[in-house]
Design a protein around this ligand. Structure first.
Ligand code: NAD
Length: 494
């Protein structure tokens, strides 16, 4: 039994970023899952579908107790397979020391087996899954290790990576194709970020779905596409919506963007933030992170929103809620974080002041109407990597970053800790979908159960030497909770 995962998660158009996905070999060493023939590649900034849908209102229910994904991870669900199919580049039989201090045994044919003491196998029994286990130091370090490997590491480890810095749109799709168009190999799981890989397989290789057991999708946009397919009755395998896992949303979207927005702006423009006027479009998780960071640096931050709840949150957090038109002439920086399209139009761009910086932290390159800037009267000047000056006939320039693609993924790096959290969630989802008995999941989109979210969080707590309080029996009874969780209902908003 082997899992052949094809993954689209990190580097294609913006390959400076470390791979976002936990490669199945890593999943194996930490989760007792075996892996073969891994095609690792990745584009978070994806060749975005300009017709990406608006957020779907409805969400299919989370699987209930007893039927939840975790239940499938029981030892009974299948033997834990061996790592016999994993290939590494080193052809010699030897012990390789892992960065976490453990060892891997590499045989002459390139087969890698983990030395026993580093294998941290997590058992999942029907509703008795050991999510309450506190991770050991080794487990924690090996998680960090797994995610901190760059795509270069993945390549030298024998996992094919199709991505490079500065890919064109055509390159991007070529890379996607190379991940699946391989003679004598085909994936049986999809790990996607943006839905482009899924879309490509649907379009080009629909027969592949006969062998594919499920899709794990981590992005807002990709998830929306899956819900659309499901609604149209066109989803032909079960899918896990990892994007809406709390541990993904809060860390990848909120905390990660809170840190990387400043990094991306600094690296590209060397600007100071104090006193600058910034407008942030969208006050969802990404927008909240960007606003918090800029406010902390002394910027004057305006917010635009279409949703009165998020708008009210922005007001309560101390930001001025405006329409983009009202501030477009005065702001120094415009940042889009909506997941929507054409939020910044040519009209807005025409009205911006000289030297205004325009960038996107949301979906792909659809939020700013960059195409409208490719007209004869405007001159483009590449001033450094990922930084273009677009010059109007009267000499006015705007500074366009990453050609409207995701600023942080294009121009800075994403913290490995955040990737670790997301990838752990993805790995659990892959294991669950792969191991699930026939009939547990229909051709629909599912959320991971709360307990898995809590488990992912608990794995990362030791990094902070954090000491979690345990419920007493009396308190558990009083709150009507199991002492080992889940601690919140599914509708709880963190
Ligand atoms: N840069 C990154 O590292 C990163 C990380 C995670 C997600 N993302 C992407 O960022 C985007 C936003 O993610 P999120 O988690 O914040 O989503 P979200 O749905 O929580 O927030 C988006 C907000 O934008 C608002 N909005 C929509 N259209 C608007 C418009 N025309 N004007 C003003 N506001 C508008 C929505 O009401 C919503 O509140 C998504 O495309 C997501 O894929 C980027």
């Amino acid at each position: 039994m082997s899992v052949q995962v094809v993954s689209a998660a990190a580097a294609a158009k913006v390959p400076e970023v470390e791979l976002k996905d936990l490669s199945p070999s890593e999943a194996e060493s930490q989760l007792g899952l075996s892996t073969a023939a891994v095609g690792a590649m990745a584009p978070p900034a994806g060749g975005g579908d300009p017709e990406a849908p608006a957020p779907a209102a409805e969400r299919p229910p989370v699987p209930g107790p007893g039927s939840g994904p975790a239940a499938a991870l029981s030892p009974a669900a299948g033997k834990v397979p061996q790592a016999s199919a994993m290939k590494r580049s080193d052809p010699h039989h030897q012990h390789q020391r892992h960065r976490d201090g453990g060892e891997a045994l590499v045989s002459p044919d390139g087969t890698v087996t983990e030395a026993p003491r580093t294998v941290k196998k997590i058992q999942f029994a029907d509703q008795k899954q050991e999510f309450n286990k506190r991770p050991t130091k080794i487990g924690r370090r090996s998680l960090s290790r797994s995610i901190s490997q760059s795509s270069t590491d993945s390549y030298s480890s024998g996992f094919p990576v199709f991505a490079w810095k500065g890919e064109s749109e055509d390159d991007f799709w070529w890379c996607i194709d190379r991940c699946v168009n391989v003679e004598g190999w085909q994936p049986n799981m999809i790990l996607d970020d943006g839905g482009d890989l899924t879309h490509w397989i649907y379009k080009k290789y629909p027969n592949m779905f006969k062998k594919i057991k499920g899709i794990v999708e981590e992005s807002v946009t990709g998830v929306h596409r899956l819900y659309q397919l499901s609604k149209a009755g066109k989803l032909c395998v079960p899918a896990m919506n990892v994007n809406d896992s709390v541990t993904k949303q809060k860390f990848d979207n909120l905390y990660c963007c809170r840190e990387s927005i400043l990094d991306g702006l600094k690296r590209t423009t060397d600007m100071m933030f104090g006193g600058k006027q910034v407008v942030v479009c969208g006050y969802g998780e990404v927008g909240k992170g960007c606003c918090a960071a800029l406010k902390a640096m002394g910027s004057i931050v305006y917010v635009t929103e279409i949703d009165p709840i998020c708008a009210l949150q922005a007001c309560m957090d101390g930001f001025r809620l405006v329409k983009l038109n009202e501030v477009i002439r005065q702001v120094d920086i415009v940042i889009t974080c909506t997941g929507n399209k054409n939020v910044v139009t040519r009209e807005h761009l025409d009205r911006m002041k000289n030297s205004c910086i325009v960038c996107n932290m949301g979906h792909s390159n659809t939020e700013i109407d960059v195409a409208s800037l490719r007209t004869p009267e405007l001159t483009w000047e590449r001033v450094r990597s990922q930084v273009d000056h677009v010059i109007w006939p009267d000499g006015k320039r705007i500074v366009l970053l990453a050609e409207g693609r995701l600023l942080n993924l294009s121009c800075s790096t994403v913290p490995t800790f955040v990737l670790s959290i997301t990838a752990t969630t993805q790995a659990l989802a892959l294991i669950e979908l792969y191991n699930a008995p026939e009939g547990r999941y229909k051709q629909d989109v599912y959320l991971l159960p709360k307990k898995m979210d809590e488990y992912v969080a608990s794995l990362h707590l030791p990094t902070f030497d954090a000491h979690l309080t345990e419920l007493t029996d009396e308190q558990a009874k009083y709150l009507g909770l199991n002492k080992n969780g889940p601690f919140k209902p599914n509708y709880y908003r963190y």
